[in-house]
Design a protein around this ligand. Structure first.
Ligand code: HEC
Length: 275
């Protein structure tokens, strides 16, 4: 496997920048913070009966059931790990090893496999606009994740290849990289850290890891769009100033395997609402 986004990196020092960011990391709540957090809580409350992500879920369902692509097939026979067409709980068991592709796949890469194999679409077509709001893949992931509401996260990485991904994911989580010499753990391994008003989950604490992982994919108020977990992780990697991680890459999936393991037992509530 290719943990590509950390390849070829040497720790360099960008002291001023790192210092500023670390200072931000170290911030505790001020009055302004609390005000904004109250506002976010209010917004969440307001949206409780109507998360805009529901529109994506509906579009995802349509994409799932409509015959598309050169083969004019729907995705209703897509096997997300629990058998062809079985949706309930499937997301909560991902990522997992798939015999037919000989790959550890997450919801996103598996949906791309189904779109290419069943519908005959190219990978480019299947992932078109994945960085933009309202892409097909985002809608499909939202639909699939919603079907796991109430299911406990259970992706224990017991298959040897899954275990390998979990180990690599853990290594990537702790490995410092990029000009700022940050690791994921720099921001995500302590309680009550926050940056720009956002509470940062501590992925070493099962409860905190669960409370994050059960809510993805999530509608992000600041982006007016639903983000998938891959998009979330790729953006954190960008914020670390590490080289870009490729969409659907083994490195991103390895991180997901690790995070899902940390969050085992959390009961899915996706789609969530985030800053
Ligand atoms: C510089 C600090 C920093 C680093 C390093 C960092 N993150 Fe983040 N992460 C954040 C911030 C800030 C947010 C919340 C973003 C927001 O809402 O604007 C976040 C959010 C997340 C979330 C979603 C949390 C939620 O709200 O449920 C996940 C998952 C995550 N990060 C994983 C990672 C992983 C994995 C890495 C390493 C590849 C990483 N992060 C590196 C700062 C960081």
């Amino acid at each position: 496997m290719q943990p590509s986004f950390f390849d070829g990196l040497r720790p360099r020092i960008a002291a001023a920048c790192a210092g500023a960011l670390l200072a931000a990391v170290a911030l505790t709540a001020t009055g302004d913070d609390n005000h904004a957090i109250d506002e976010i809580a209010k917004y969440r409350e307001m949206l409780k009966d109507g998360n805009p992500a529901e529109l994506m879920e509906m579009r995802g369902e349509e994409l799932w059931t409509t015959p598309r692509g050169p083969r004019a097939a729907s995705l209703e026979q897509c096997d997300l790990g629990l058998g062809p067409g079985v949706l309930p709980g499937a997301y909560a068991h991902l990522p997992r090893w798939f015999e037919d592709t000989s790959k550890v796949q997450d919801a996103e890469s598996r949906l791309v496999t189904c779109m290419t194999v069943l519908q005959g679409l190219s990978v480019e077509e299947a992932t078109r606009n994945w960085t933009k709001p309202n892409s097909d893949i985002e809608a499909l992931v939202t639909f699939v994740a919603t079907k796991s509401q109430g299911a406990a996260i259970d992706a224990p990485a017991l298959h040897p290849r899954e275990a390998e991904f979990a180990a690599v994911g853990a290594e990537l989580f702790f490995r410092r990289a990029g000009p700022l010499d940050f690791s994921c753990a720099t921001c995500h391994s302590q309680d009550q850290r926050r940056i720009r008003l956002q509470d940062l989950p501590n992925f070493l604490d099962p409860k905190s890891a669960q409370s994050s992982m059960i809510t993805w994919p999530a509608y992000r108020v600041s982006q007016s769009a639903v983000w998938t977990m891959e998009r979330r992780l790729i953006d954190c990697i960008r914020q670390m100033r590490a080289p870009d991680a490729d969409y659907l890459s083994d490195a991103v999936i390895a991180l997901e395997v690790y995070l899902q393991k940390q969050a085992a037992g959390g009961v899915m509530q996706a789609p969530g609402i985030k800053r």
